[in-house]
Design a binder for this molecule. Structure first.
Ligand SMILES: Cc1ncc(COP(=O)(O)O)c(C=O)c1O
Length: 275
């Protein structure tokens, strides 16, 4: 506690997570509530506050509003970070017999998802900036050659990273061109660093949308605590309106057993396939 107090009072200007910057970036009503009530706001599933495990009141309405705001079919709040949403989506959208086509520079959450699902990866090479040591996104030529050499699988889960940790956007038009030719492929976009992307669209042309939600990715996972003002570990999983793909037939598994309480009670396979 002494270390945290020293840090908070140290007068440093932080450019690290979470995006509220220790307070200045919080929405005014939340800032006001926190200052006024402090720990009294640390509340759980109490009457009138709804229950994230089975939302049927304010949380449910808020998730619906969030989905509507971004034009998605449904939204699920996460309290174990984008990590939990990515792994849950992988469990819902693939399995050992469904390969995962993924850029080399995916986050550990995706690599861990492979362990959970047993899916085999087909790793797409990425361009690399040797001077700065940065991954620059999928090397399209090399990726096309890799896909050709393997032959497109009948079923697969395609993963996008949009943007990278360093803020480099994926070429979503190119990715859409590949995924939409495959009716049995699922498309999951890791937008952990892109919660701001759906809101930038008015400043660019119709063809240059920034979020994979607009490109029709079936599921998109965003962290609220990176480029947004959410508290640490908050995130959102979106299912798109157009998600009609049955990647495989097991429909009744409920992944809450892996992500107890925080995420998956509100998010089982049924949600995906009915979205
Ligand atoms: C590209 C990418 N995806 C996913 C994650 C995981 O996000 P979270 O910390 O919200 O679980 C990170 C974290 O840095 C990331 O950089």
């Amino acid at each position: 506690m002494a270390a945290m107090e020293a840090y908070a009072l140290g007068g440093r200007l932080g450019f690290h997570l979470p995006g509220h910057g220790g307070g200045p970036g919080l929405p005014a009503p939340l800032d006001r509530l926190l200052r006024k009530y402090g720990a009294a706001l640390d509340l759980t599933e109490l009457p009138g506050l709804d229950n994230l495990s089975a939302p049927a009141g304010r949380l449910e309405a808020s998730q619906r509003e969030m989905a509507g705001l971004l034009g998605a079919g449904s939204a699920y709040y996460l309290v174990n970070g984008a990590t939990s949403g990515l792994e849950a989506a992988m469990l819902a959208m693939s399995e050992a017999s469904v390969p995962t086509i993924m850029p080399r520079h995916c986050h550990t959450a995706i690599y861990n998802g492979l362990i959970l699902t047993g899916s085999k990866p087909l790793i797409l090479p990425c361009d690399w900036d040797g001077e700065w040591g940065l991954p620059l996104g999928v090397d399209r030529k090399a990726a096309e050659a890799r896909l050709k050499e393997n032959g497109p699988p009948d079923k697969a889960l395609w993963i996008s990273v949009n943007p990278t940790y360093n803020g480099i956007l994926a070429d979503l038009a190119w990715e859409r061109g590949i995924v939409t030719t495959q009716p049995k492929w699922g498309w999951l976009a890791d937008e952990a660093h892109g919660i701001h992307l759906p809101f930038g669209n008015e400043i660019i042309t119709e063809e240059q949308h920034l979020s994979a939600l607009r490109y029709g990715a079936h599921t998109v996972v965003q962290s609220a605590h990176k480029m947004g003002a959410g508290f640490t570990q908050t995130g959102i999983l979106f299912c798109n309106l157009v998600y009609k793909i049955l990647v495989h037939s097991v429909k009744d598994k409920n992944y809450c057993i892996f992500f107890r309480r925080h995420t998956m009670q509100a998010f089982n396979r049924q949600h995906f396939f009915d979205a």
